[in-house]
Design a protein around this ligand. Structure first.
Ligand code: HEC
Length: 190
């Protein structure tokens, strides 16, 4: 039994040591735009879900999903989140394929986690990913408003959805003209 235990511990140390060396010697591919491998996809997503489920406090969204709150949430979303998560005008965000793990595209796959869990992720971000913590940037109310917006994204009242189309169309035009100005070298003058 003692021999077995010693063998087990040695094997564990060798495996961990080899893993550490792989990382330390630069054998890991550092690029963010390579395809996400299937093992990571099947391991990382359920483990993130379980970790958030374990930690997110069981609280109700204090913000009611009225047209006014959903519109405020849409504003927060369009200004801060759409470039990574997509919007009504451009279902794949500008950075859809630029992160490892990828940013989920909410128009293709609605964020259907409970509101307290989405709120927790928005507040604290996700370690080792492109998802920032928004607590230092947004107010508590804005974070709840964008949470309500996320959870109603696939069933928005017409007034909110029309306002979203207008705002998204405008930001697409702005991004386009900004990028073409950069390509032409025009922005150097300003
Ligand atoms: C710079 C890019 C970027 C921005 C900006 C960004 N996110 Fe994310 N977000 C990510 C990435 C990448 C992930 C996936 C992380 C992972 O799977 O580990 C993510 C994950 C999430 C998740 C978890 C989704 C799930 O199904 O597990 C939520 C919710 C979320 N983001 C909401 C937001 C909100 C709301 C905003 C704006 C206030 C925002 N994000 C801004 C990159 C971003």
């Amino acid at each position: 039994m003692q021999k077995f235990f010693l063998g087990f511990v040695t094997a564990l140390v060798v495996v961990l040591g080899a893993g550490f060396l792989c990382v330390r010697l630069g054998l890991m591919d550092p690029r963010a735009d390579i395809p996400v491998n299937s093992m990571e996809r099947s391991m990382a997503m359920p483990s993130l879900d379980a970790a958030v489920d374990r930690r997110a406090p069981e609280v109700q969204n204090p913000v009611q999903p009225t047209d006014a709150n959903l519109t405020a949430g849409m504003n927060v979303y369009q200004t801060n989140c759409a470039s990574c998560h997509g919007d009504v005008d451009r279902s794949r965000g500008m950075f859809a394929d630029s992160f490892y793990p990828r940013a989920p595209q909410f128009l293709e796959d609605a964020p259907d986690m409970p509101e307290n869990q989405n709120f927790y992720i928005i507040q604290h971000g996700i370690r080792l990913s492109g998802m920032p913590a928004w607590k230092p940037i947004l107010s508590e109310q804005q974070m709840w408003q964008v949470t309500a917006f996320l959870n109603h994204m696939d069933k928005l009242p017409p007034q909110v959805s029309d306002a979203w189309k207008t705002m998204a169309g405008r930001s697409a035009d702005e991004t386009f003209s900004r990028n073409s100005a950069t390509l032409d070298g025009k922005d150097k003058k300003t």
